[in-house]
Design a protein around this ligand. Structure first.
Ligand SMILES: Cc1ncc(COP(=O)(O)O)c(C=O)c1O
Length: 458
């Protein structure tokens, strides 16, 4: 009995211990499996959706509309969770080189500190008006001055005898120019043409409001209608990077020169452009696309007046805050060449030198990768003397006009998409689907992945 009792007590105690042991083991197992599951889940999602700053996980691309993808990618933020950002094998990320978002210049501007920073007190620049004596009454004199100084420094455009019209990007000024050059009493809308491959936004921007004044008429090479027309000449050209001249050259024609890329980092500056209507933008000259400031240099005061009217009716002027920021940025570029601009470590900050070097390096790497891969080819550019740099060189355009040469590829954009590189199809430029436009002005890490990938695609 005693013994049984004792055994019984022992038995109960050991059962209790066994219970405790079992509970503890179970708890540990639950915890451990939880940890393992979480690790596994992360490892799985990392494997499937490796992300770098400026890159987009595959599942997000599927979920988002293309514009949203653009903004999230180009912001380069939001994908940088701790532990997930690392140099990864390039075959698992999607890179988006469809837009020409000039983020590669960020690294330069980071170094310029206060020289490119503005503060605007709450009470300042509240009025609609900037300079009522000027045809363009919303043009900030400070900005106008810097535009003239920058063209003088670079030697890429005549400003003497021109009116400066400021716009919300050169996109607004393009529309203002169409409005200004189209007679308001013509029986038919003006035909608007540009030689293929032309900048892909021209057709949609021209026609999206179905204006009665002008309409998109396509490729300038095949334009054979009589009567007045407007030709858009983009030089250097987007998408293919070549210098351009008008191709229609007929009586009654007017020309808009879109010179967004006529800057030393992209092309040799051979002479100051001297046309009746020229468009420029800080988006491409300094990389400040988000500031949304462009300018037109216009000879004819009547055209300048009508362009001003367009901007007045469209947006009642242009943000003064942005004009002041643009003025400060242009001033900082100039300062670099007047010996004023230095980084913290005493390095002289010359924007165009930085841009030229970086673009040349990128093009060398791209050409090298394309040379080794029989699937692709690139255009060759002539050498020209650059007055600004004081040396001969070739162009390094903001976009690569890449051709898929391989027989098994007849749609280059889809082919690259299947290799997780988003580009813009040649079809969107009035061209053919064996070509794509690839942005050359994204951040370094995106460009590195492009090169890695072009090296292995077969
Ligand atoms: C030839 C050309 N013109 C104009 C623009 C638009 O410039 P903005 O940002 O000033 O509207 C672009 C942008 O890519 C462009 O490539």
């Amino acid at each position: 009995m005693e013994g049984r009792k004792i055994r019984g007590i022992w038995g109960n105690k050991s059962r209790g211990r066994m219970h405790l042991l079992l509970v503890s083991v179970t708890l540990n197992l639950v915890l451990l499996s939880g940890l393992l599951y979480e690790r596994g889940r992360r490892a799985f999602s990392e494997e499937k959706e490796q992300v770098l700053p400026g890159f987009c996980p595959a599942t997000e691309v599927k979920k988002m509309g293309s514009l949203e993808v653009e903004s999230r990618i180009s912001s380069g933020r939001g994908w940088t969770e701790e532990g997930r950002v690392q140099k990864l094998s390039s075959d698992s990320v999607i890179i988006n080189l469809d837009h020409g978002d000039p983020t590669m210049f960020e690294s330069f501007w980071r170094k310029t500190g206060e020289k490119s920073t503005i503060i605007i007190p709450g009470w300042e620049k509240m009025s609609y008006f900037s300079d009522v004596r000027n045809i363009c009454w919303f043009l900030e004199p400070e900005f106008a001055e810097e535009v003239k100084e920058l063209h003088k420094l670079v030697g890429n455009a005549e400003t003497e005898g021109r009116h400066i019209i400021v716009g919300t990007g050169s996109t607004q000024l393009y529309q203002a120019a169409l409005f200004a050059l189209s007679p308001s009493d013509a029986p038919e809308p003006m035909n608007v043409v540009s030689a293929t491959p032309y900048y892909s936004s021209y057709p949609s921007v021209t026609d999206f409001l179905k204006s009665g004044l002008y309409k998109w008429a396509g490729d300038a090479y095949t334009f054979d209608r009589d009567g007045p027309y407007i030709e858009l000449v983009t030089s250097p050209n987007n998408p293919d990077g070549f210098a351009r001249q008008p191709v229609v050259n007929r009586e009654g024609g007017k020309t808009i020169y879109d010179l967004a890329y006529y800057w030393p980092q992209y092309a040799s500056i051979t002479a100051p452009a001297d046309h009746d209507l020229m468009l420029f933008t800080v988006s491409k000259s300094t990389g400040h696309a988000g500031t949304r400031i462009g300018w037109a240099l216009v000879k004819d005061p009547e055209v300048a007046r009508r362009m001003t009217k367009y901007v007045e009716l469209n947006t009642i002027g242009v943000s003064k805050d942005s004009q002041l920021r643009a003025a400060k940025i242009l001033r900082a570029v100039r300062g670099g060449y007047e010996g004023e601009q230095e980084s913290g470590d005493g390095e002289t900050l010359k924007f165009f030198d930085f841009g030229r070097l970086l673009m040349a390096e990128r093009w060398d790497r791209l050409r090298d990768a394309v040379r080794k891969n029989p699937i692709f080819s690139l255009p060759e550019f002539p050498t020209a003397y650059c007055n600004f740099a004081g040396e001969s060189g070739t162009s390094h355009p903001a976009f690569a006009w890449l051709k898929c040469e391989a027989e098994h590829v007849d749609d280059c954009e889809s082919f690259l998409r299947s290799n997780r590189i988003l580009t813009r199809s040649g079809r969107q430029f009035g061209g053919d689907s064996r070509y794509v436009r690839v942005s050359m002005v994204d951040r370094d890490e995106t460009f590195d992945v492009l090169i890695d990938r072009l090296n292995i695609i077969r």
